[in-house]
Write a protein that binds this ligand. Structure first.
Ligand SMILES: Cc1cc2nc3c(=O)[nH]c(=O)nc-3n(C[C@H](O)[C@H](O)[C@H](O)COP(=O)(O)OP(=O)(O)OC[C@H]3O[C@@H](n4cnc5c(N)ncnc54)[C@H](O)[C@@H]3O)c2cc1C
Length: 402
């Protein structure tokens, strides 16, 4: 592993640093899972103009069109983390749909959807999970029946994050009733959330917000031109999307930024007059987590190094989502504890600390261990694909369903 950057890369780092210090007053405030605020959209536009967002997306689709240079991307991530600058928009459209369309979309789909999605003008939701199909996603039953130029969809999705605020959905539906196995009967469709026959019902979570929804389809008509990839090949299209989702959920720089905020919190908070950062129990807990954050960061560099030399380290890639999501949960749990009982207060309380963001984040982080594939499923994948252990017996799967 070579950790040194070239002079050219160091000069690029200076450029990024100068950009961030010149525009610090334009950093937008967090907007959670709501639609991006006007400030966030303006920040996104500025980042795209300078190539700090949509960097390697071709110009013809609204991106910056830079050559993929993994070390430059790394430097951008490090500098944004150091300056605690907000990233460009991170949402399901940008992180999951755009790479999928680039890989598998038709030219018309790329032209129509990528640029407005990157600018944050079109918000997407992911319609995969169903009441009887989460970990075993291929068992989904929402059906799309062939009707001339259209498909007609009937069924239900669940846990659809931001469906209530989304313009569009990318969805998995069953189109082939005679497929030889459940994986080959699925197609990947994109559709407007305004299409007649779609009903969205919010699901309230323990964060007191309704980030999730149930989405019901009753005779929803979608043109066949909105199929991504081949009919019946939606499983492989969806795997491309999931690969990007898992990447989105495992960012060591975001964990490092979080760690740094917690250390600052520990310097500011006191318990019985003593500064938290001087208390051995908290110090030890923070140092353990800091070591894990550093390990994930160097793990990320190891992946970059392997990638640059053309090696594929499957096992090393597979552990990222599992490790980072669990680590983030433990980090936000530490932040809550550092603030003592006041750390549990939500924003509407007079005594609230840190605007009440940490307890909400902590509750949300539990969900992140589940979303995009649960920790148990990730461990199965690591065992089977990464370590080459025997596959999970199909009989056991059948029994758990009954
Ligand atoms: C924060 C969050 C956001 C989400 N956003 C979306 C979204 O936008 N769109 C969308 O489509 N879905 C979304 N989901 C749904 C998510 O993908 C599913 O919750 C997840 O895949 C698990 O499915 P399930 O909830 O049906 O649980 P189940 O699959 O029923 O699993 C229940 C439990 O059994 C375990 N289990 C199941 N099978 C196995 C096995 N073979 N081996 C070992 N253990 C097993 C699981 O790990 C879990 O602990 C989101 C979920 C969360 C928490």
């Amino acid at each position: 592993m070579d950790l040194k950057y070239s002079a050219q890369h160091e000069s690029f780092r200076k450029e990024v640093r100068a950009f961030l210090s010149a525009h610090a007053s334009r950093f937008p405030k967090p907007f959670g899972v709501n639609r991006p605020t006007p400030e966030a959209l303006a920040w996104q536009a500025l980042l795209m103009e300078h190539g700090y967002a949509a960097r390697t997306i071709p110009k013809e689709y609204g991106g910056f069109g830079a050559e993929g240079d993994i070390l430059e991307s790394r430097i951008i991530a490090e500098e944004f983390s150091r300056a605690r600058a907000p990233w460009g928009l991170v949402n399901q459209g940008i992180s999951m749909l755009v790479p999928t369309l680039l890989e598998m979309g038709s030219d018309e789909q790329k032209q129509r959807w990528i640029a407005p999605t990157l600018r944050g003008e079109v918000i997407w939701c992911q319609g995969y999970s169903e009441p009887g199909a989460g970990s075993d996603l291929a068992s989904l039953t929402t059906r799309a029946v062939d009707d001339g130029p259209d498909f007609i969809i009937n069924g239900q999705k669940i846990w659809t994050t931001t469906a209530h605020g989304a313009d569009m959905m990318f969805a998995l539906v069953k189109t082939e009733s005679n497929a030889p196995n459940k994986y080959l009967g699925i197609s990947y469709l994109i559709l407007s959330m305004k299409t007649p026959g779609i009903e969205i019902r919010p699901l309230k979570t323990m964060t007191d917000a309704s980030e999730f929804n149930e989405v019901f389809f009753k005779d929803v008509r979608v043109p066949k031109s909105q199929l991504v990839g081949e009919r019946g090949q939606g499983w492989s299209v969806s795997n491309a999307t999931l690969k990007h989702e898992r990447g989105m959920l495992g960012d060591p720089d975001a964990s490092m930024a979080r760690m740094n905020s917690i250390l600052e919190l520990m310097r500011n908070e006191r318990i019985d007059g003593e500064c938290v950062i001087d208390m051995p129990v908290f110090r030890q807990r923070a140092m353990r987590l800091q070591a894990r954050v550093m390990a994930m960061r160097y793990h990320g560099m190891r992946l970059i190094s392997a990638n640059a030399s053309g090696e594929d380290n499957l096992l090393a890639r597979l552990i990222v989502k599992l490790q980072t999501c669990e680590l983030n949960y433990q980090l936000s749990a530490l932040a809550v504890d550092v603030m003592g009982e006041l750390g549990l207060l939500l924003p509407d309380s007079a005594e609230v600390r840190s605007h009440g963001t940490w307890p909400r984040r902590n509750m949300f982080d539990i969900g992140m261990i589940i979303g995009g594939g649960t920790a148990q499923i990730q461990k199965n994948i690591i065992a089977e694909r990464g370590l080459g252990l025997p596959r999970e017996p199909k009989l056991a799967l059948g029994l758990t369903k009954e």
